[in-house]
Design a protein around this ligand. Structure first.
Ligand SMILES: Cc1ncc(COP(=O)(O)O)c(C=O)c1O
Length: 294
């Protein structure tokens, strides 16, 4: 797939309180965040020109900063205003916003002391993560040898750039195996999530989803759980063994970028695109496209 490189686009990026030309949004090569993983980010979808669940995303950005022991020098209200201005400047109708924060280059020891914190917000048009065919028929997952770490090994409640190292390794391995994405287990061997989305199984009409104790309790996951409750679908949040996938009639993923994404197969074991996934996908689309709930 060819696309325009992300450092060579038109428009502006909000950087530390002001708009700069897109191509000039640089950081120094000796930034602490680049060397030691002191970076966090968010992904927010824009539907019909409006950001979805922006408050929740900026709250999580601040939570992620706390987990990594730094403070973002802009409050949620300032960041929200900057995001809306970025969306307007770029003329985004259906797209994606990427707020990112990282430790600067005041010093280069492992200690984070004395580092400034920088923040940027960029936005671009972006319809689907996967091809239209995979998006509608379902994606194929490959169970990874990489696992989600335990909460005393890594800051698992943060949307921290450093944690995506595992995701990139797992995703590359899955694509090399001819699949679309990876399925990761946690350090205990329970089902965890995909590289950028949470996991749901449908067993006998009920939803089963892993307890989010080693990975992000996604904003989309929480939205879909609320929709399931409204629709009278029973939900079981629990530790799930990988063998239980064999009992599932339907499997899907949820995430800001993925939305409600059906899974067609895991390691060659197939699933149908069933009624529960379809119902929740429609309900989620209705919510994101409604002008009322933001
Ligand atoms: C690793 C990972 N898990 C889960 C999610 C789903 O989170 P959300 O629904 O808040 O986008 C994401 C995406 O942000 C992610 O990157």
């Amino acid at each position: 797939m060819t696309s325009v490189p992300f450092d060579d686009r038109d428009g502006v990026i909000w950087l530390d309180g002001a708009f700069v030309p897109w191509r000039d949004a640089h950081l120094h090569v000796l930034s602490h965040g680049l060397h030691y993983g002191g970076g966090i980010f968010e992904g927010i979808r824009v539907y019909d020109g409006r950001p979805f669940k922006a408050v929740e995303h900026f709250q999580r950005l601040h939570t992620s900063a706390r987990e990594l022991n730094f403070r973002i020098p802009f409050g949620p209200t300032e960041l929200d205003a900057a995001m809306r201005e970025t969306i307007r400047h770029q003329g985004i109708v259906d797209g994606y916003v990427r707020p990112v924060a990282w430790r600067g280059s005041e010093q280069i020891s492992v200690s984070g002391a004395g580092t400034s914190v920088h923040v940027a917000i960029a936005a671009w048009e972006w319809p689907h993560v996967f091809s239209d065919d995979a998006h509608s028929r379902g994606i194929r997952l490959h169970t990874s040898r990489w696992r989600r770490p335990s909460p005393d090994t890594a800051p698992v409640r943060a949307k921290a750039a450093s944690l995506y190292n595992i995701c990139t390794l797992a995703r590359d391995e899955a694509e090399a195996a001819g699949c679309d994405d990876a399925l990761l287990l946690d350090f205990r061997g329970y089902l965890a999530e995909a590289t950028g989305a949470n996991l749901f199984l449908v067993i006998d009409g009920a939803l089963h989803t892993p307890t989010p104790d080693t990975f992000l309790n996604g904003i989309t996951r929480q939205t879909v759980l609320a929709l399931a409750q409204e629709l009278g679908i029973s939900v079981h949040e629990r530790h799930i063994q990988p063998e239980e996938l064999q009992q599932a009639d339907e499997v899907f993923l949820t995430g800001t970028a993925y939305e409600v994404q059906p899974v067609r197969a895991v390691d060659g074991h197939s699933f149908e695109l069933g009624s529960v996934t379809t119902m929740l996908s429609k309900a989620y689309t209705g919510l994101t496209r409604s002008a009322v709930v933001r």
